[in-house]
Structure formats: structure tokens, C-alpha cells
Write a protein that binds this ligand. Structure first.
Ligand SMILES: [Zn+2]
Ligand SMILES: [Zn+2]
Length: 171
């Protein structure tokens, strides 16, 4: 049983289209990014963007393909993968790489920065953000006169449930 888990503490419930006082639409951002590559903003690309914006968890391209293909059978698997790449390049999506090579995506339109703990057994993703870690990272980059643009902090291991399963039936 996998219970539908939300993003957790970091979720910013439908605030994504507000950025300060100005309303910035993710569709506009994506459209511009596509135009700069001479690509068209198609209906299918928009469907994929909206799916990701509405998702309350990290979704795999396969899940996305399965759900969207039900609504629109003309949507191909390759389009999903390609569009996810484009969304990532446009700064609208973030890719999470699992230990087994599989991946999942989350949108990062106006979502606050956070890091991930990733289970190597069941691919559960736990989001966290810690001001001490962030501050330390700033200090370290400053020391090295390195100008950070973004960072990704991922901890791989076993979630609580999978640790229990590894230890047999012990409760
Ligand atoms: Zn697990
Ligand atoms: Zn996340």
C-alpha cells in the first residue's frame, strides 16, 4: 500500500501563481523558454506543465504518461520525457534521481528551496529544509570565493518503514 503523500511541510498549496505582488504565470515562463528555442507551446506541453503544477508529490514520468495518456491517447511517452527536460531547462521543474536510475519530477514554480532524503528501497522522498545547513553552505562557498547559483542536497538511505522490513518482523 502506498498512501498518497503530499509534498509535506514544504507545500505551498496553489500559491504558485503569486510571486510577490506581480502575478507571474508559469505558462508564460514556459512559453518564453520554448520560444527562445524556436519550439512551439503546444496543447500537450501545456497538459504536462499543468499536471506537474497540480501534482502534490514527486511524480515519475511513467505515472505522468499513464494518467495523461488516458485523457489524451495521442500523447506519446517520448513527448512526456522531452517536455520534462524542457521544463527543467526552463527552471520550472526539478528532477530527483533515485538510486536505481529511475527519476521523478516536482515543479519548482515559486516553491521554496528544500532538500531531499531519498529511500533506496521504496523511493520515498522526504523534503526538508534546515536554516543551519543553508547558512553553513553559504559560509563554505564564501570561504572558497565561490558564487553559488543553486544547490542540491540529497541524502540516500532507508526510510523508517523499509528499515523495519529489513529487520524482519520485529515491531
Ligand atoms: Zn522506503
Ligand atoms: Zn521536493
Amino acid at each position: 500500500m502506498t498512501k498518497e503523500k503530499g509534498y509535506g511541510i514544504i507545500d505551498t498549496e496553489s500559491q504558485y501563481h503569486w510571486n510577490g505582488i506581480m502575478k507571474i504565470e508559469p505558462e508564460k515562463v514556459f512559453q518564453q523558454a520554448l520560444e527562445s528555442r524556436s519550439l512551439r507551446y503546444t496543447k500537450q506541453r501545456e497538459e504536462i506543465l499543468h499536471y506537474l503544477l497540480k501534482a502534490k508529490k514527486h511524480v515519475t514520468p511513467e505515472e505522468m504518461y499513464r494518467d495523461l495518456n488516458k485523457e489524451d491517447p495521442s500523447l506519446g511517452r517520448a513527448t512526456v520525457f522531452r517536455t520534462l527536460n524542457l521544463l527543467q531547462e526552463a527552471g520550472l521543474a526539478n528532477k530527483i534521481q533515485f538510486a536505481d536510475g529511475k527519476s521523478a519530477y516536482e515543479h519548482k514554480f515559486s516553491r521554496p528551496h528544500h532538500d531531499h532524503m531519498i529511500c533506496v528501497e521504496c523511493r520515498e522522498v522526504i523534503e526538508f529544509s534546515n536554516p543551519t545547513i543553508e547558512r553553513l553552505q553559504d559560509q563554505i562557498t564564501h570561504q572558497f570565493e565561490f558564487k553559488p547559483l543553486w544547490h542540491r542536497h540529497e541524502i540516500f538511505g532507508r526510510c523508517k518503514r523499509c528499515q523495519k522490513q529489513k529487520n524482519g518482523k520485529s515491531k
